[in-house]
Design a protein around this ligand. Structure first.
Ligand SMILES: [Zn+2]
Length: 142
């Protein structure tokens, strides 16, 4: 027991009171005058705040806004649309290159647009795939 003094008689010897570490305060009794008073429990350990640990965990990963499922969907959609637009743009480029007439059925601009869109969807799918990998590396599976 640390240097506590009895507020009644000034003695510094008290009955031993074993307090649980979850108790912030503890009651002790003076061995001389038997008056009881409350002191801070020297063994008190504040409980680890569970919600705070979750926040720290989440802030370590800047991708907490999207869930695993969101990322998997956007990866699947991104790569699927990339495949569709890549195939379409390839067919368009073949048609454009074969048809040299001024009155083409498919314009070069449309082929360029589809090529750019396939690139955009590849970027979306790839970005989601990389986010999933980073979450795996950080041990996040939700
Ligand atoms: Zn006392």
């Amino acid at each position: 027991m640390q240097a506590h003094k009895c507020p009644n008689c000034g003695a510094s010897i008290f009955t031993d009171y074993v307090a649980d570490s979850s108790q912030r305060k503890m009651k002790i009794s003076c061995v001389y005058c038997d008056s009881r008073f409350t002191i801070d429990n020297p063994d008190y350990e504040p409980p680890a705040p569970a919600h705070q640990r979750v926040e720290e965990h989440a802030s370590a990963i800047p991708y907490n806004a999207s869930t695993e499922w969101d990322l998997k969907v956007s990866r699947a959609v991104g790569y699927t649309l990339f495949g569709i637009f890549l195939f379409s743009s390839a067919s368009m480029w073949i048609a454009v290159l074969r048809d040299n007439s001024t009155n083409r059925s498919i314009s070069t601009g449309l082929a360029i647009a589809f090529t750019l869109l396939s690139g955009l969807f590849y970027f979306i799918g790839n970005r989601s795939a990389r986010k999933i990998k980073r979450r795996r590396a950080a041990g996040i599976f939700y």
